[in-house]
Write a protein that binds this ligand. Sequence first.
Ligand code: AMP
Ligand code: GLY
Length: 423
Amino acid sequence: MNVLVIGGGGREHSMIKKLKESKLVEKLYAAPGNGGISRDAQCVPINDSQIEELAAFAKEAAIDWTIVGPENPLAAGIVNAFEKEQLQIFGPAQEAAIIEGSKDFAKRFMHKYGIPTASYQTFTDAGEAKAYIREHGVPIVIKADGLAAGKGVVVAETLEQALAAVDHILLDIEFGSAGSKIVIEEFLQGKEFSLMAFVNGSQVYPMVPARDHKRAYEGDQGPNTGGMGAYAPIPDLEAAVVETAIADILEPAAAGMVIENRPFSGVLYAGLIETSDGPKVIEFNARMGDPETQVVLPLLENDFMQVIIDVKAGKDPELTWKDAACIGTVVASAGYPGAYEKGRPLPSLDGAEAEGCFVIHAGTKLEEDRYVSAGGRVLLTGSVQQDQLAAQEAVSRFLKRFDASEDFFYRRDIGFQQNTEKA
Ligand code: AMP
Ligand code: GLY
């Protein structure tokens, strides 16, 4: 089969590496892909927002399956457009992708179906939002309603921060229509984890849980980022909590979307927090997580393409997970998530396999025969080993090659904070 993966980040590179192992896949394409991906798939220079061009390409190149990585094309209706043209595609339709695209929708939906989440209220008026914040006090969480690339959430510890966040999101044009509504919610305390599942209508097939590290610096300090590293599974997460999350969150969410006439097909991602009251939802995503995918897919024993085909056909997929630990550490451009330079040469990445590691590219470009940086998150180095400690050691050994460079940084504590309150 000819398979097209939409997107060009680490998540998509990870999907492509897994698809390369599939016996069903003959030729792989990525749109737009990145420097590292170009070694594993044929990159096509079409952006994920160019839906018509993507559909035209899928026909022309006789693509049998298209797999969508990022949220924006899903929210823009790429699945609806492809299916109208009888093109097979994996991901939720626009009406189902709203579970990620509108936090207001997601909150009302969870409330309606009794899915545990922080209490909340939605506002379009800054004055009313501020009055609500004064009444409820801090800490409190302020979120832009729409897609804001992870930048639309402020966890305010002081009243000043909270009030400033209201103005910033509602009145600032930075967020465009994503910020015309805000959701203000209760601050939840506990360790976070991500649980993804293959979903088709009310059928739910969970993956292994993973933990992301959102803050830029060690010890979970500094600004929020797209994710600086992850690991799976989570040794300190009890199986009973995962079972509860499946039964009380993922399954009712899938069933609820069917009742709402927005049946979900694809990967449903629940960002969860383990509170003293049980797991609660921080957010739903309508796609695989980044960087969670990069540490979950290497643990999958089965043929990823076959899993997708089975899920989509309403058949139970075979899902077996390696009894091992995977850790992935992101190397970012100095300055990220603020301003950073592009085009910086990377050190040689040779020898990863011999060192028990793998390298997933996010923001790289191939210039002649060497890689240069092309984004904030540049790459992720991961390792699958018998236990987490061994995986951490392998990754940190490999990443030493970045230590001499001032152009890049990475967190040396991915996986180390399991025993602290906030992960
Ligand atoms: P998001 O972009 O929605 O994943 O949120 C970014 C981060 O904000 C999450 O990973 C949490 O650490 C934090 N966060 C979001 N909502 C809450 C909440 N209700 N209580 C505590 N922390 C939250
Ligand atoms: N790792 C968080 C996300 O993919 O949204």
